[in-house]
Write a protein that binds this ligand. Structure first.
Ligand code: SF4
Length: 227
C-alpha cells in the first residue's frame, strides 16, 4: 500500500479526538486482514475494542518464555471467550537454548539483549504479515509515552502504529473493564500495576509510578518494542 506513512500521519491528526472504537474501526476498515492488535495480556481492553470493530481480529501475543502463569492463563481465556484469532509469537530460541548460548539469567546481566532476542526480534518478524498494528500504550503511563499519537508511523518497522487508548486514563480503563466485563490479568489484583516478564516485574508500592515495578533497580524502563 503506497503512502502508508502519510496516511498514518494524516489519520493521527484527524482522529486525535475520536473515540477508541472509532480509531480501531478506521484501522480495521482501512487495513482489513493486514491489521492486528498486540497484547501483553495485562488486560484485554484493546483486544475487546478491536473485536467490536472487526470480529475475529488477529490478536498477537509475544510468549517470551518468562511470563507469569497468570499471564499465559489470561491469554488462553481471551482465546477461549473472545471473538479474536489469537496468534502466539515465540523467540527463535527457548530459554534453555538462550541460557546455553549466553549463560543463565541474561535478563539480569543484559536485559536489553534479552528483550531484543525474546521480544523485539520476534515481533519484528511477526508483524511482517501486517501493515498496521495496535497497542495499548497510554500517555499517562510514563513520560516516555506522553506524546504517543493515536495513529502514528512506526518508522523502524515501516508500519502504521495505532494506539486507540492513548488518551485514556487508568480510570477510563477501569470503567471500560467494569462496563464490559473485560478479562484482566489476576496479578493486577495482587499488587502488580504493570505486568511483564516474571524475572523483571515486581509489585508496586503505595504512591509509586504504575511502571515502577518493571525492571526495578535497573536503568531500563522500556523493552524496546515502542522506541
Ligand atoms: Fe528478558 Fe526481562 Fe526483557 Fe522479558 S522483560 S525479555 S525476561 S529482559
Amino acid at each position: 500500500m503506497p503512502g502508508l506513512e502519510q496516511l498514518a500521519l494524516q489519520a493521527g491528526r484527524e482522529l486525535e479526538d475520536a473515540s477508541a472504537l472509532e480509531i480501531l474501526s478506521w484501522a480495521a476498515d482501512t487495513f482489513g486482514e493486514r491489521f492486528c492488535v498486540t497484547s501483553s495480556m495485562e488486560d484485554a481492553v484493546v483486544a475487546h475494542l478491536a473485536s467490536r470493530a472487526r470480529p475475529g481480529v488477529d490478536v498477537v501475543f509475544l510468549d517470551t518464555g518468562y511470563h507469569f502463569p497468570e499471564t499465559v492463563g489470561t491469554r488462553d481465556a481471551v482465546a477461549a471467550v473472545m471473538d479474536v484469532r489469537l496468534i502466539t509469537l515465540a523467540p527463535r530460541r527457548s530459554v534453555a537454548e538462550q541460557d546455553a548460548e549466553h549463560g543463565p539469567r541474561l535478563h539480569d546481566r543484559d536485559p536489553d539483549l534479552c528483550c531484543a532476542l525474546r521480544k523485539v526480534k520476534p515481533l519484528e518478524e511477526g508483524l511482517r504479515a501486517y501493515d498496521a498494528w495496535a497497542t495499548g500504550l497510554r500517555r499517562d503511563e510514563s513520560p516516555t509515552r506522553a506524546h504517543t499519537p493515536v495513529v502514528g508511523w512506526d518508522a523502524r518497522r515501516g508500519k502504521v502504529k495505532v494506539s486507540p487508548i492513548a488518551r485514556w486514563t487508568q480510570d477510563d480503563v477501569d470503567t471500560y473493564v467494569a462496563e464490559h466485563g473485560v478479562l484482566t490479568n489476576p496479578l493486577l489484583q495482587d499488587g502488580y500495576a504493570s505486568v511483564g516478564c516474571a524475572p523483571c516485574t515486581r509489585r508496586v508500592r503505595e504512591g509509586e509510578d504504575v511502571r515502577a515495578g518493571r525492571w526495578a533497580g535497573r536503568a531500563k524502563t522500556e523493552c524496546g518494542l515502542h522506541e
